[in-house]
Design a binder for this molecule. Structure first.
Ligand SMILES: Cc1cc2nc3c(=O)[nH]c(=O)nc-3n(C[C@H](O)[C@H](O)[C@H](O)COP(=O)(O)OP(=O)(O)OC[C@H]3O[C@@H](n4cnc5c(N)ncnc54)[C@H](O)[C@@H]3O)c2cc1C
Length: 403
């Protein structure tokens, strides 16, 4: 059979989709659902079946703070109420303080005319709930499926899977995480820096209640956050230099509780008990472009940021909203949804917004790492001033909320 005949035969066998989304984490699953709900024929390809979530299971160690923009998207997709009712920790206040200067800043939902600042939820609850909604929305789920290569030809892009199957789509969306094999296959480089830090995570019970407040203390070694869970515990995200993180992971239980009490300034009293601990490496990574031929990046595949602002997945879900709106507008105008000029609009808008945010979080990490007394004093002055500048504080809070 000639090469042309072989390709024609493969294309006859392969379904032609509007969009193939690769990576079924929170961002990819939300993208597949959003695009299918908008009327695009969509497939979601994922290497690993997500673990089923159950209310009887211990709270997953990986949690995220979902901002109002993310809640709005999940609500629009019809999944937010299920997530909220399953297990979600609302928070209405945020208290951030500097271990060195003592300066503090408070954010309060009520003083901004809102009920809440956000919710702390388990990653696998969000992912699982999205996956449950995919079938009814008409998304073809291919799992396990691994993309080995892809190539754009005219009005379509052809994906080659590890099992030899071929899929064709008008657009390939890569939401395959920070290590993104697809970004590498597309030849898109990244910029950023390795923080040489790990975030040690655990869920802890404290002597005093969390008061539905996200607490964050900036220490010279990195930020320590205690985020309010749906029960009376808090989720710890403690960013530490690599060697310190390894040491803290290896401490015996009582020594860990004692050190954490000191590091958290006993703000919630003594730390009474803790789940097992885990650690995640931290880096700043921005893709040099978000777009290639019939190909776009979104979520951590496009940007990985320091967790100090709790914004990683919120940026990813804003990518989803922008991509969906861009493709819907292109279709309404009779345009090809995979055309370069259509994708450019998505790529330009999201890359500039994500870059500004990522560099802002990076600047905060750098400023809070200052240790010379003069710089610490200047930082303390700046934070105290900001805490009294209600309009500016409100703008920062609204920006974080994605409003
Ligand atoms: C300690 C810590 C705390 C955090 N706290 C917050 C927070 O409070 N708020 C917040 O917004 N964010 C937070 N984040 C960031 C957030 O967790 C991430 O931004 C988010 O999980 C990224 O989701 P994603 O779907 O883009 O990527 P991922 O969750 O990495 O999903 C990628 C998926 O792609 C699949 N995949 C990979 N390669 C292939 C392939 N070749 N073919 C098919 N599938 C493939 C993978 O199996 C995976 O399921 C935190 C991160 C850390 C480390």
């Amino acid at each position: 059979m000639s090469a042309a005949a072989a390709e024609a035969s493969l294309r006859r066998r392969a379904p032609t989709l509007d969009v193939a989304v690769v990576g079924g984490g929170m961002v990819g699953a939300a993208a597949a659902l959003a695009l299918a709900r908008a009327g695009f024929s969509t497939a979601l390809l994922e290497v690993r079946e997500p673990a089923a979530w159950s209310a009887d299971d211990e709270v997953d160690l990986r949690v995220v703070g979902l901002a109002p923009s993310s809640l709005a998207l999940l609500d629009d997709l019809g999944v937010w109420m299920s997530i909220r009712d399953a297990r979600a920790g609302p928070y209405a206040h945020m208290h951030v303080w500097d271990a060195e200067s003592g300066a503090a800043i408070d954010f309060d939902a009520a003083s901004e005319g809102r009920d809440l600042l956000g919710y702390i939820v388990e990653n696998n609850l969000v992912q699982w709930t999205l996956w449950q909604a995919l079938e009814a929305a008409g998304v073809s789920r291919l799992c396990p499926a691994e993309v080995k290569g892809f190539e754009a030809h005219g009005d379509r892009i052809q994906l080659e899977l590890a099992d030899g199957e071929i899929l064709t789509a008008g657009l390939l969306v890569a939401a395959d995480g920070a290590a993104s094999p697809l970004r590498q296959l597309a030849g898109i480089g990244t910029r950023g820096r390795d923080y040489a830090q790990r975030a040690v995570v655990a869920h802890v019970r404290t002597e005093r209640p969390h008061e539905n407040t996200a607490w964050q203390r900036f220490l010279p070694s990195g930020p320590l956050a205690l985020l309010p869970l749906a029960d009376d515990r808090s989720s710890l995200v403690w960013s530490l230099p690599e060697a310190e993180a390894r040491r803290v992971l290896a401490l015996d239980d009582q020594a860990f509780l004692d050190e954490l009490g000191i590091a958290s300034d006993f703000r919630l009293g003594r730390i009474i008990d803790s789940t097992r601990r885990a650690a995640f490496p931290l880096k700043l990574q921005l893709a040099e472009r978000y777009q290639a031929d019939r190909f776009v990046l979104l979520g951590d595949a496009a940007h990985a940021v320091h967790p100090l602002a709790g914004q990683g997945v919120n940026l990813g879900l804003r990518d989803v909203t922008e991509l969906r709106d861009t493709l819907v507008a292109a279709r309404a105008a009779g345009r090809d949804i995979g055309a370069a000029h259509v994708l450019r609009r998505y790529a330009r808008r999201r890359r500039s917004a994500d870059t500004l945010d990522a560099l802002g979080f990076d600047a905060l990490a750098r400023i809070y790492a200052w240790q010379s007394p003069a710089l610490v004093a200047a930082r303390g002055l700046g934070v105290r001033l900001l805490d009294h500048l209600a309009p500016l504080k409100r703008r920062i809070s609204e920006h974080a909320a994605g409003l």
